[in-house]
Every structure is written in structure tokens, then in C-alpha cells.
Design a protein around this ligand. Structure first.
Ligand SMILES: Cc1cc2nc3c(=O)[nH]c(=O)nc-3n(C[C@H](O)[C@H](O)[C@H](O)COP(=O)(O)OP(=O)(O)OC[C@H]3O[C@@H](n4cnc5c(N)ncnc54)[C@H](O)[C@@H]3O)c2cc1C
Length: 290
């Protein structure tokens, strides 16, 4: 398996700037995210007035300018969600949503901020009837009943896959619009998630309208809470604790952009992505010296 110098998680301004800087410094990188780059650029139609060098661009125009730069530099995006990052001592193991693993000497987290808090029971039952990855865990629930809390329409494909494997899937969309599935055993339910209940394992999804008996609850968000993505990561609220070099409490792991706290701004995210990449480059150089 290729062990990359730097794995970058996120294709918003923070992750993209980190990728560009690391590439300029001749590092072997892998960039995880979305071909649409970031929803936070894709949906912004108003002019952004304070991004240096791009006066009065909309979010979409900014995304197009970023994509052009990636293309010119030959930087490719690996369209996979990273579901967990494990510090293995000398390197990092990254669990991907397609069930595969990737390895890197260092990691930059640039996966944006998650609003709200985990649902009651979510953290308690993680790995015991709560999952963040349908592709990874679907085989465990073959011919069983599961629920999916879908944070965006992008999660519908994962739920559809569960429909193929499981006997019954309850799908609870947290967004507007009519979800589309190709499997008839997927029932769209409404309401707000309230709690995930269980004993040794989770066995119920409680909403403000009903209670569903299930074998697993898949919580599929566009981004994960940082402490769930990386076990042992020091956080404050929904933000990763970083120093001015964007170092976290885990050696070799850096964070940049909204995930590193307020203010939530494009230019600040890009600037921190640049710092994180240069810190990762220094870390790799020190490591090489031994
Ligand atoms: C409606 C709106 C308007 C805004 N207007 C302005 C403005 O005018 N000016 C301004 O400066 N800021 C504005 N912002 C804020 C700005 O959008 C954010 O500060 C900025 O996008 C943060 O960049 P980021 O790279 O940290 O994260 P994001 O842009 O959130 O990008 C995160 C990326 O990580 C990916 N990702 C998440 N989890 C994973 C995972 N597990 N594996 C792989 N990839 C993952 C996502 O797909 C996404 O590509 C606005 C935000 C919104 C929502």
C-alpha cells in the first residue's frame, strides 16, 4: 500500500490551500473530499467581498477558480469520505467509506465544522449499533432492520446500498426535498431524531414522532465531529484545539479552517491550510532526520 507523505481531509479552501502548498513543496499527497469541492462554496450566490485577489466573486466562481488551479497543478481529488483516522505511532491509518484503508505519514484535517451535538446515545453505542459508514458496516446487518439519519441528499446512495443488503431501512432525511431510492424496502420517515436507545447494543431510534426498533442506526453527516473522526483528539466544543502552527495534541496531525474554530471565513481557512501544510512539511523533515 502507498504510504503518502500527507493525507488531507477536505476540499474546502483550507484543504485545497494545504494541497497546493504541499504540492509546491514536492510532497506525495492524497486529497479526500468532493468533486463539488465544498457545499459552502457551491451554494453561495452572493458576492464575497473580502477574499484577496478575487474581488466580488460568488462562492461558485471561487470554486471554479480553485478547481482551475488544481487542474493546472495536477492535483486530483479522491472522492471518498474518511470515516476514522487512527494514529498508529509512526504513521496514520485512514478508514474510508468504501471500506478500504489509506496510510500517510501525516494528516491535515480540513473537513469543516459540524453544527449541533451528537444525539444522546450516539457516542455511547458507536461500534455497537451506531455506525458512520454504510459501506463498511452494511454486511454486519444483512437481512436486518436499520435506520439511516441522512444529513444531506449525498447520503442517499449509501442508504440505497443498505436497501440492497438489509431487510428493511428507515430513512430519516434532515433536509428538504424528496429522497430517491431504487429499493422498495426503504421507508422514508419524518420527524427529528431525539435519542438512540439500547442496552448492550443500540436497538431503538427515538424521534419526536415515533420509536423504531432497529439493529443499527447509521448517522450519515456531511462532516463528522472531530473527536469521532480521530479518537484521542483534543477538542473544545466542536473545534479541534490547535496552536499557531495548526498542530493538534497528536504528533503529525494538523487541523485548518472551520474545524479549527471561529471565525468561519474563506480567507482564514485558506491561510490556516497554508500554515498546516508547511507545518506538516517541517514535521516530515524532522522525522526524516530521526
Ligand atoms: C451560506 C454561507 C455563506 C458564507 N459566506 C461567506 C462569506 O461571504 N465570506 C467568508 O469569508 N465566508 C463565508 N462563509 C463561511 C465559509 O464558507 C467557510 O468559512 C469556509 O468554507 C470554511 O472552509 P473549510 O475548508 O474549513 O471547510 P468547508 O468549506 O466546510 O469544506 C469542508 C470539506 O471537507 C469535506 N469533508 C468533510 N468531512 C469529510 C470526511 N470525513 N472525509 C472527506 N471529506 C470530508 C467536505 O465535503 C468539504 O469538501 C459562508 C458560509 C455559508 C454556509
Amino acid at each position: 500500500m502507498t504510504r503518502y507523505d500527507i493525507a488531507i481531509i477536505g476540499t474546502g479552501p483550507a484543504g485545497l490551500e494545504a494541497a497546493i502548498t504541499a504540492k509546491v513543496r514536492n510532497k506525495n499527497i492524497i486529497l479526500f473530499g468532493s468533486r463539488n469541492l465544498s457545499q459552502k462554496m457551491a451554494v453561495v450566490d452572493h458576492p464575497i467581498l473580502n477574499y484577496l485577489g478575487l474581488p466580488s466573486v460568488t462562492g461558485k466562481e471561487m470554486a471554479a477558480a480553485f478547481q482551475k488551479q488544481l487542474d493546472e497543478m495536477g492535483i486530483e481529488i479522491t472522492e471518498q469520505k474518511v470515516t476514522s483516522v487512527y494514529a498508529m505511532g509512526d504513521f496514520f491509518g485512514l478508514q474510508l467509506s468504501n471500506g478500504e484503508m489509506a496510510e500517510a505519514e501525516s494528516v491535515i484535517l480540513a473537513s469543516g465544522v459540524v453544527a449541533g451535538k451528537p444525539y444522546p446515545g450516539e457516542e455511547q453505542f458507536l461500534g455497537r449499533g451506531v455506525s458512520y459508514c454504510a459501506t463498511c458496516d452494511a454486511p454486519l446487518y444483512r437481512n436486518k432492520t436499520v435506520a439511516v439519519i441522512g444529513g444531506s441528499a449525498e447520503e442517499e446512495a449509501e442508504a440505497d446500498f443498505l436497501g440492497e443488503v438489509c431487510e428493511k431501512v428507515y430513512y430519516l432525511p434532515l433536509y428538504k426535498g424528496e429522497p430517491q431510492f431504487s429499493h422498495e424496502n426503504i421507508e422514508i420517515i419524518s420527524g427529528k431524531p431525539v435519542e438512540i436507545k439500547g442496552m448492550m447494543k443500540a436497538n431503538q431510534l427515538v424521534t419526536d414522532q415515533n420509536t423504531y426498533d432497529v439493529d443499527c442506526v447509521f448517522v450519515l453527516r456531511a462532516a463528522q465531529f472531530p473527536g469521532q473522526l480521530v479518537p484521542g483528539l483534543a477538542t473544545e466544543g466542536n473545534a479541534v484545539k490547535v496552536d499557531l502552527q495548526m498542530k493538534t495534541n497528536i504528533v503529525g496531525l494538523f487541523a485548518a479552517g472551520d474545524i479549527a474554530g471561529q471565525p468561519y471565513q474563506y480567507i482564514k481557512a485558506a491561510g490556516q491550510g497554508n500554515t498546516a501544510a508547511l507545518s506538516a512539511v517541517s514535521y516530515l523533515a524532522e522525522k526524516k532526520k530521526g
